[in-house]
Design a protein around this ligand. Structure first.
Ligand SMILES: [Ca+2]
Length: 408
């Protein structure tokens, strides 16, 4: 009896210890898996950053050689960042056995146990939220109109959404966004700005500073989850104060001018991404874009009717990127998302936009007043100066500036 009892006790102890071991093993292997997934996504991110850097270097060296060639080859250069990349690489079935073997060998030698997928997007193709209070008035106005048109297009295009929000005054919401950013404390909707935030601490007023993150939008008066979800895909706080025609989404293209319909915006995207005919491909400049609109769709592109909000249209290369890297190991996945920002490039763009505003705000009569010698010397030195700058500007090196980093 005693022997049987002791054996039973020992059996019980053995089973309990084993169970505890299994639980602990599962917990620790799960955290190892998480770590592996994290480092896989970090590896992907580093590849993404490297691609952004390579892209900038390629642009820089081509721009110094030949501007025309740069434009002609832009779509190939864009592939440096555009192509989604994953590890281990997807092997196409029609590859030769030798190439397949070679890829498998590299894969084995990489010591990489996890997998990752990296995608890179441009931020310039989105609406720059903080431009709603831009010092250049036309940009501020255009941005407000753009955000308003996102809501209005949704009301018209989506029946369920339209039903719910038909009577909502979205202009009021846009004014609340402006109040959030502008310096004064008087609301554009009337009254004191803080009176709309009475649910918060008694002395809460909107920060009166630019939005630092997209998430901040949720706090704005009148905003709800549905509207926030609608907006957040289309706006950015890391923008370029304008629209890049060669990368912008359909809704954003539509917000440039009411003459651009759903179909036209689709055709624009097909045309700029296409390569069936030699003319297709990215638009070279504003003239190229306007010519396309007027010949294909007989849109009136005169300055007085088209893009009356005077939204700056960009056709150049992209310089701000959002890199998303998903790392996977076993059943665990981790994600890192970063935004890179090119301050140097943006500075140049803003300087140009301010110059344009100055030029348009000057009365026409004040132009010819300076003596011909000074204007003459200006005219000869001005075009030279930027060229010199570009020639001497050093090639971009090092990790791109990261202004946003999120791990999930
Ligand atoms: Ca304010």
């Amino acid at each position: 009896m005693v022997v049987t009892f002791s054996v039973m006790v020992m059996m019980f102890l053995a089973i309990e210890t084993q169970r505890m071991n299994i639980v602990e093993y599962a917990v620790s292997s799960q955290s190892i898996n998480r770590l592996r997934a994290y480092y896989a996504s970090k590896a992907g991110l580093k590849i993404g950053l490297l691609r952004v850097l390579l892209y900038k270097q390629a642009l820089h060296s081509l721009a110094n050689i030949d501007k025309e060639q740069l434009k002609a080859n832009k779509q190939y250069l864009d592939l440096i960042w555009q192509m989604p990349f994953s590890w281990p690489p997807d092997i196409p079935t029609d590859l030769s056995a030798v190439t397949k073997g070679e890829i498998n060998k590299i894969n084995k030698e990489s010591f990489m146990q996890g997998q990752y997928v990296v995608t890179i997007d441009t931020e310039g193709s989105k609406i720059d939220l903080n431009s709603i209070n831009h010092p250049i008035e036309s940009i501020a106005k255009a941005t407000r109109e753009q955000i308003l048109s996102i809501f209005n297009n949704k009301v018209e295009g989506d029946e369920a959404f339209g039903e719910k929000y038909r009577n909502t005054n979205f202009e009021e919401l846009v004014f609340h966004l402006v109040d959030w950013v502008d310096e004064d404390r008087d609301s554009l909707n009337g009254g004191d700005e803080s009176s709309y935030y009475s649910n918060y601490d008694s002395d809460f007023i909107p920060p009166n500073e630019p939005f630092k993150t997209i998430e901040e939008l949720r706090l704005v008066e009148g905003m709800n989850e549905e509207l926030y979800t609608l907006l957040k895909q289309k706006i950015t706080v890391y923008g370029v104060s304008g629209i890049n025609i060669n990368h912008a989404q359909a809704d954003i293209l539509k917000s440039i001018d009411p003459q651009i319909t759903d179909e036209i915006s689709k055709s624009i995207i097909e045309y700029r991404n296409g390569s069936e005919t030699p003319e297709q491909g990215p638009f070279k400049d504003e003239k190229d874009f306007l010519d396309y609109l007027s010949t294909e769709f007989s849109i009136n592109t005169e300055e007085s009717t088209f893009n009356t909000q005077k939204i700056p249209l960009f056709f150049e290369t992209e310089f701000n990127f959002r890199i998303k890297s998903y790392g996977m190991y076993s059943n665990v996945s981790r994600e890192i998302e970063v935004v890179t920002f090119d301050f140097e490039n943006l500075k140049g763009h803003l300087a140009e936009a301010f110059k344009k505003q100055d030029a348009s705000s000057k009365p026409a009569g004040s132009g010819p007043k300076p003596t011909p010698t000074t204007t003459g010397s200006n005219a000869t030195t001005k075009p030279k100066a930027p060229q010199k700058d570009e020639k001497t500007s050093p090639a971009p090196t090092g990790r791109p500036h990261i202004v946003y980093w999120e791990e999930t």
